[in-house]
Design a protein around this ligand. Structure first.
Ligand code: ASP
Length: 464
């Protein structure tokens, strides 16, 4: 039976088996030392000269081999005890070794902080990189954050609901990733930029409180710290006001910090609130960094930014939305939207939450009146038939009994990155892509076969 390394101190004087990786090996001639590592920790193993057979076995073994090691757990002599280290007071006297998998020399050292290593090599051998203590911690703590969010929202009567990955291309903000539909030659699905429309439709369906740990795909030009796919905590609630959504999310953020990162300090509770105008005037940023001490890695300065303009001017002189076309204007500006007047002055119910100078979430109360939503698209110059074609399903839903609703989405990668004191989101994403959107491990994007192209009815043209 396998024993986990963290539990070995319960087996002093007994024979047990552990399984894992060879972390380091020190050959001192007559005695050989070897640290073994599993997901729960490390332990020093030693072969004594009294077990010549085990010496032969261990001499052959190299770092990162996968082994089952059988041995006796001994207390270390007083002078060899390492304080404050897991299993620092015990060691395993090796009796026998079973090799489960050999390893060639791994492409880079994982014993330290792999951030120092060329990132392309790390991404190509991501499965090795993820073995390092720091990456293991990042990914495990990411899990803890998600688990806490799930439990918190479950206790608040939310339902976690999956929404489709194959959806429809609509002019929603960014460029869509599209997927050719083999059965409907010339037609395409789109991958969701966010579950925005589905989550609103779930409000029409009466779920009232929805959330999802949702993957979002946006085909943007490479911009340093962006990934073509990223994760949101996405939520939507019915019969709520801006205040309700902000209060719930503030409570959840505080809970994540105090329960999982007690070493961190939130600078100000309740989170300060600034209007967009104030933020721009005072800090020249709509995600201001309010930290009083920017050198303190454990200081968290959250703030809400509200009262954003709904529309901004395009380069061509038309109008486009600043955040989300489905947002509702502030109640006092609804009339302006309906009359299509003072367009630049209309403020939206949008609320963004910023942390240490980064936007980590944003949402709004939605426009659940089909006529008002139509006005938004009209302001942006969409023709009636285009609005019907792209967003007819939303208009229909809003004329079939949709409650007032609102929601928010957090950029989960960015949030976890900050909590883990990491400099970029790739450090908290297991199989990250490069800043240029390449998966170096799988070697993707890649070409597909002529047969596949033919099946899809796709004829490749050289891009001009
Ligand atoms: N769907 C929005 C986004 O992805 C967030 C929201 O308004 O709920 O930015």
């Amino acid at each position: 039976m396998r024993t986990y390394i963290k539990d070995l101190n319960k087996f002093i004087g007994q024979e047990v088996s552990i399984s894992g990786w060879v972390d380091v090996r020190r050959d001192q001639g007559k005695m050989v030392f070897m640290d073994m590592r599993d997901m729960t920790g490390k332990v020093q193993c030693v072969v004594l000269p009294s077990h010549p057979e085990a010496i032969e076995q261990v001499k052959e073994v190299r770092t990162e081999w996968v082994l089952t090691v059988t041995g006796i757990i001994n207390k270390r002599p007083e002078r060899n005890v390492k304080e404050g280290v897991i299993n620092g007071d015990i060691e395993m006297e090796i009796l026998g070794i079973e090799v489960l998998n050999k390893s060639e020399t791994i492409p880079f050292d994982i014993s330290g902080d792999t951030k120092e290593i060329n990132e392309e090599v790390r991404l190509k051998y991501r499965y090795v990189d993820l073995r390092s203590a720091r990456m293991q911690k990042n990914i495990r703590n990411r899990h803890k954050v998600i688990k806490l969010i799930r439990d918190f929202l479950d206790a608040e009567d939310f339902t976690e609901i999956e929404t489709p990955m194959l959806t429809k291309s609509t002019p929603e903000g960014s460029r869509d990733f599209v997927v050719p539909a083999r059965l409907y030659s010339g037609k395409f699905y789109a991958l969701p930029q966010s579950p925005q429309q589905y989550k609103q439709l779930l409000m029409t369906s009466g779920f009232e409180k929805y959330f999802q740990i949702a993957r979002c795909m946006r085909d943007e030009d490479s911009r340093g710290d962006r990934q073509p796919e990223f994760t949101q905590l996405d939520m939507e609630l019915s019969f709520v006001k801006r205040e309700d959504v902000m209060e719930l999310n503030e409570r959840l953020l505080i809970e994540v910090v105090t329960k999982l990162y007690p070493e961190k300090k939130i600078q100000q509770i309740p989170f300060p609130r600034l209007s967009y105008k104030e933020a721009m005037e005072k800090y020249n940023s709509d995600k201001p960094d309010l930290r009083e001490d920017k050198n303190d890695p454990n200081l968290l300065a959250f703030c809400w930014v509200i009262d954003f303009p709904f529309f901004e001017q395009t380069e061509e002189g038309g109008w486009t939305f600043t955040h989300n076309p489905f947002s509702r204007p502030k109640p006092e500006h609804m009339e302006w939207l309906m009359n299509k007047e003072n367009i630049g002055e209309i403020l939206t119910t949008q609320y963004d939450v910023a942390l240490n100078g980064m936007e980590i979430g944003g949402g709004s109360i939605r426009n659940h009146d089909p006529k008002a939503l139509e006005k938004v698209f009209e302001v942006m110059g969409h023709k009636t038939e285009d609005i019907q074609r792209n967003f007819g399903h939303m208009m229909n839903a809003f004329s079939l009994g949709t409650p007032p609703h609102g929601g928010i989405a957090w950029g989960l990668d960015r949030f976890v990155m900050t909590m883990q004191n990491e400099p970029n989101i790739r450090e908290v994403i297991t199989f990250a892509k490069t800043g240029e959107g390449k998966d170096l491990m799988m070697d993707s994007p890649s070409e597909i076969s002529d047969t596949q192209l033919l099946e899809l009815g796709i004829n490749l043209k050289k891009k001009i």
